[in-house]
Structures are given as C-alpha cells and as structure tokens.
Design a protein around this ligand. Structure first.
Ligand code: AMP
Ligand code: MG
Length: 339
C-alpha cells in the first residue's frame, strides 16, 4: 500500500464523469454520537466550519471557540479590507521604507515566495497590484490602460524580505500584496494544531474552499464533495479522506459576467486578467497551506502545466474541471483507480 492509499482509502472511476467511491466501512466502537460538536461562523469573508469529537462537551466547545478566535486573529492581521491590519500597513508603507513585521507575517510572506518559485510565478501575492482594480460584487474591471500599467508591478521578486531586520519592503511604488490565495489554508492548519493540542484526534476544520481533517468520522473516512462548478447543489466527485487537507479553487466563488466573459477572482499574474482554462481545481495533500496555495496556482497554470507540476510533487494529487466541464486527474489518483 503506498502512502496515498493511507489517506484516500480506495477510490475508482466509473465510466461517467462521477468519481465513485468504494469504501470498506469499519465500525468503530466508543464514539458516542452526542459527543460530536459542530459550529459555523462567517469570518475572513468566508464560512468557517469546525466539527470535532471530544468525550467532554465543555472541552469540545472550548476547542471550537479557540479555533474561531484564531480565525478572527488572523483576519485582523491579514485582511486587505481592514485599514489597520498588518497587511494593509505593509501595502501602504513598504514601497517607501522597510516595514518591521511579525514573525508570523514574515514567515507567511516567505512561504508565498516559495510557492511563487515552485509554480514558476503562477502563484504570486503581488497579483494584488492589479487585483485591487477589480470589484466583483460591483461588476467593476479596469480599463486596458490602467490594467497594463498595474500589471508592470506584479512580480514576487518585488517583495524584499530582510531576515535580520525582520522587515519587508517593495522594490517600487504600485506593488500591492494580498494573501487571499494562502491565508485560509494557513488558518485551517493552525485550527487543526489547536484542537490537536487540546487532545482532539478526530476533527474537520474548513475555511471556504480549504479543509483539513484528522482521524475519522463515525468510524469512517470523512467525505469531501467537489461541487459542480456550474451547478451549486450538484457534486462532480466525492472523496473519502483521512488525515489530509483538500482545497478547491473555483471561478464561481467571486465573479461577474460582461460581454460573455467571466471575470473572477483568480488572476493570471502575467496578464492581470482572470485565468480561464479551468472552472475548478481541487488539490489534496498533507497540509492546507500547501493545498490552498497549489489549488490557486494550478488554476492559473491550466490542465497540462498544472498536472505536470502536481505529478512531480510527492503526496499531492489534484482533480481539475476544465472549461468544458471535463474532469482531469493527477497520476496518483489514476493509479489508485486502476488498481
Ligand atoms: P482560492 O480560492 O484559494 O483559489 O483563492 C483565491 C484568492 O487568491 C483570490 O481571491 C485572491 O485573493 C488570491 N489570488 C488570486 N490570484 C492569485 C494568484 N495568481 N496568486 C496568488 N493569489 C491569488
Ligand atoms: Mg487556494
């Protein structure tokens, strides 16, 4: 059994476009139903779900509250919409002078740059240099001239981190950063660590499209559905998962349509325009910061380059829905399905 099977269980594909899942349901004794707790809150501009098992109801509630508090804390420091967040201060000042930042933000910026290097620039938090010109709710997009001006500032190499002084500076005015493609996954990993430290060994933490699970649920793997990008209540695949993270990026999350073109929130750093080769990308891997950053990256890279990258990474798999609604699987999932 390879390592992937330990967290996917066995999956196989049917002839149709539906991923059919075969499971051996193991009955576990000792998980009293009343002791599972679930809570949902809207934080970080998204829906947070925490579900966990603890023998003690009060401990369970305290663990859930700790996760929600953590989400609020990350939102306060990393929201681009809060003028006093650490991120907003960096965006206002880092082109003028180096800005001293927390170890947490410093490390997350470093991780973001690592993902830019890994994905050949498909993941780039300076996408925001052009990204801030869009307002998807108000159906506003930049004119060609302002867009081509803003795109000049997109380049992760414009972010200078000084590990000794613990500062960040931008190479030029016009550079802006946004952590929307990685912060939710980061927050989910922190949430899982928090509940584990409180003695919880079966839990799910979700922030929007980013989920991480530990242990099992009712003695069975967790079932994570991948929604149909064009039908909100339909599912194109269902995956049984244990001790793993899964992130989905989709062009249906925040978008508007104009002249038969969909303008949505995942930006190709090369053009400043929305990436349109895919409708959704789902990445499965060991932790949510990785799956979050990679789901956004693969969305930009498209089917061929995206799968080529995923297939060279150990313990990472992906399911892509292309612009025609067709499903594509990474080689690890195809191997499992043919066994
Ligand atoms: P996700 O739903 O995880 O794919 O994240 C989408 C969010 O990532 C967007 O709302 C933006 O905040 C951010 N984003 C968009 N394009 C990029 C990109 N090319 N690189 C990094 N982050 C991006
Ligand atoms: Mg993502």
């Amino acid at each position: 059994m390879n390592s992937k099977q330990t967290y996917y269980k066995r999956t196989f594909l049917s002839g149709s476009s539906v991923l059919v899942v075969a499971l051996i349901a193991l009955c576990h004794i000792g998980l009293a139903k009343a002791d599972w707790q679930k809570a949902e809150q809207d934080i970080m501009g998204t829906r947070i779900t925490v579900e966990l098992y603890h023998q003690n109801d009060d401990e369970a509630q305290a663990a859930i509250a700790a996760v929600m508090n953590e989400m609020h804390r990350i939102d306060r420091s990393m929201s681009p919409y809060k003028p006093d967040s650490e991120l907003s201060i960096v965006n206002r000042e880092a082109a003028d002078h180096p800005v001293k930042i927390s170890t947490e933000l410093f490390n997350l910026l470093q991780r973001s740059i690592d993902f830019s290097q890994l994905t050949n620039g498909a993941f780039d938090i300076t996408f925001a240099s052009a990204g801030f010109l869009y307002d998807y709710r108000a159906a506003i997009k930049p004119d060609e001239q302002s867009l081509s001006e803003a795109v000049k500032h997109i380049n992760y190499r414009n972010i200078h981190l000084d590990g000794n002084a613990h500062t960040v500076s931008f190479a030029q005015p016009g550079v802006k950063i946004d952590l929307g493609g990685i912060a939710k996954g980061y927050a989910v990993d922190l949430g899982i660590a928090l509940v584990q430290n409180r003695g919880v060994s079966s839990a799910l933490v979700t922030a929007g499209g980013d989920t991480r699970v530990i242990g099992e649920r009712w003695g069975r793997p967790w079932q994570i559905g991948i929604r149909d990008p064009r039908k909100a209540d339909a599912i194109v695949a269902k995956i049984p998962l244990e001790n793993v993270a899964v992130s989905t990026s989709g062009d249906y999350e925040r978008f508007f349509e104009q002249d038969n073109t969909r303008y949505h929130h995942i930006i190709n750093p090369a053009t400043g325009d929305s990436a349109r080769e895919l409708q959704s990308t789902t990445v499965i891997g060991p932790d949510a910061i990785t799956t979050d950053a990679l789901s956004t990256s693969i969305f930009v890279l498209g089917v061929e380059k995206g799968l080529a990258l995923i297939n060279q990474l150990a313990d990472i798999d992906a399911i892509l829905v292309d612009s025609h609604g067709r499903l594509h699987y990474s080689s690890g999932l195809l191997r499992l399905t043919s066994e």
